[in-house]
Design a protein around this ligand. Structure first.
Ligand SMILES: *Cc1c(COP(=O)(O)O)cnc(C)c1O
Length: 408
């Protein structure tokens, strides 16, 4: 028997690995000290645990422990990098370059930079979702201080050419930040190979706990790279004050270590599931569109548009499949995804797209169930066409659709 609903929304968050939870538990009730307490064993134990985790997280991305600043997640890490560097340049003209398909956790801080007097260029993407590096090169100006481009997109899974972007950034002496929240455990992430100065991470996207992440800072802070956003005690090299989330950090460290060890096996496993899903959908459903490059994408994501169906009805119909229609943040309003639209997909088709985010917990049987259910539902919805967005009469007349709508 399949356990339902089936979870394929792993780009929104992943299940915490039980081994991670086990590693965390003693740090709530036994070793509950404050890592900043320097006068007793409780504090020392907590500080040791944080040191170990810092080494584990650093090792995952090929960094030194002194280059890791723990944060509450990738959102805060992005804010620290983007706002932290622009604060350093607040007295002079400054310009940043980003991409329209970035996560809100990059776009919103960039808007903040603009509100505070800086300038930002938002690059378009090519139809496959990738940045045109030459176009990025041309967008650099004398006052450009930062380029921020995500390693892997959270909605369509494409892998941006960060190492190529780094060459351009280096040639112009511009700092490079990447939001790698969706890349860790899904594609090799190594700070020297990527050539980045700042890199954001989030534990809960890689089988760790929510509420913890980190910013990698090349060379550590040394008082030069960034201005802090949070003041109050000078923790984390003065860059992020506040009592450390010791249990969360221990969990993040454990997840990083597991990721380093099990990454290659997971890639093979998830790729097999992804191929099974994509081939299954192609065999059973006509007129589907893959959003984002097939070659330059992580195996953990398939974002598919279904021509001629109402996206909302489709998601409601897939009631025992936990997928999403875009990012967790934009799916509530059911406006078409800004990422899928940026590929040149028109509104109705963009709205009829589903993001399948796979993990090492998914199984062949789950994939087969999903393929069948999606195929049935798409066929059913297409049979209702021709159908206009503003015409609800089909829904009322159709017993299956009426039942979903009644269930909401
Ligand atoms: C999830 C995600 C974030 C936000 O990370 P939190 O740790 O939840 O703050 C930022 N960027 C990307 C690409 C993400 O997928």
């Amino acid at each position: 028997m399949l356990k339902k609903p089936i979870y394929v929304d792993n780009n929104a968050t992943t299940r915490t690995d039980p081994r991670v939870v086990d590693a965390m538990l003693p740090y709530f009730t036994e070793h509950f000290g404050n890592a900043a307490s320097r006068t007793h064993d409780f504090g020392w134990q907590a500080a040791d645990a944080v040191d170990t985790a810092r080494t584990q997280v650093a090792a995952l991305v090929g960094a030194r422990a002194t280059e890791i600043v723990f944060t509450s997640g990738a959102t805060e890490a992005n804010n620290l990098a983007i706002q932290g560097i622009t604060k350093k340049h607040s007295g002079e003209p400054h310009h940043a370059i980003t991409v329209v398909t970035e996560h809100r956790a990059v776009l919103d801080p960039c808007e903040m930079v603009e509100q505070q007097g800086g300038r930002v260029t938002y690059l378009a993407v090519q139809p496959d979702g990738l940045v045109d590096v030459d176009e990025l090169d041309r967008a650099i100006r004398p006052d450009t201080i930062l380029i921020t481009v995500m390693t892997v997109n959270n909605e369509i899974g494409v892998i941006q050419p960060i190492a190529d972007i780094s060459k351009v950034a280096r040639a112009h002496g511009v700092s490079l930040h990447t939001d790698a929240a969706q890349a860790l455990g899904k594609t090799p992430v190594e700070v020297d190979q990527l050539g980045v100065d700042f890199l954001s991470m989030s534990a809960h996207k890689m089988y760790g706990p929510k509420g913890v992440g980190a910013l990698y800072i090349r060379g550590g802070n040394r008082g030069t790279a960034l201005e802090p956003l949070i003041y109050g005690g000078g923790h984390e090299q003065g860059l992020r004050s506040g009592t450390l989330n010791v249990a969360g950090i221990v969990g993040f460290g454990c997840a990083a270590e597991l990721c380093s060890k099990e990454f290659m096996t997971e890639l093979d496993y998830v790729k097999r599931l992804r191929d099974r899903l994509w081939n299954g959908l192609n065999d059973r459903v006509s007129d589907i569109r893959l959003n984002g490059s097939m070659d330059r994408r992580v195996h953990h994501n398939l974002n598919v548009s279904f021509t001629g169906v109402d996206g909302e009805a489709l998601l409601i119909g897939l009631d025992d499949i936990a997928a999403s229609s875009g990012s967790a943040c934009s799916s509530e309003s059911h406006t078409p995804s800004h990422v899928v639209k940026a590929l040149g997909v028109e509104d109705n088709l963009a709205r009829a797209s589903i993001r399948f985010g796979l993990s090492h917990d998914n199984t062949d049987a789950e994939i087969d169930y999903i393929v069948n259910k999606v195929a049935d539902m798409v066929r059913h919805l297409r049979a209702l066409s021709p159908r206009r967005k503003d015409d609800a009469s089909h829904e009322e007349n159709d017993p299956v659709v009426a039942r979903w709508l009644g269930d909401r």
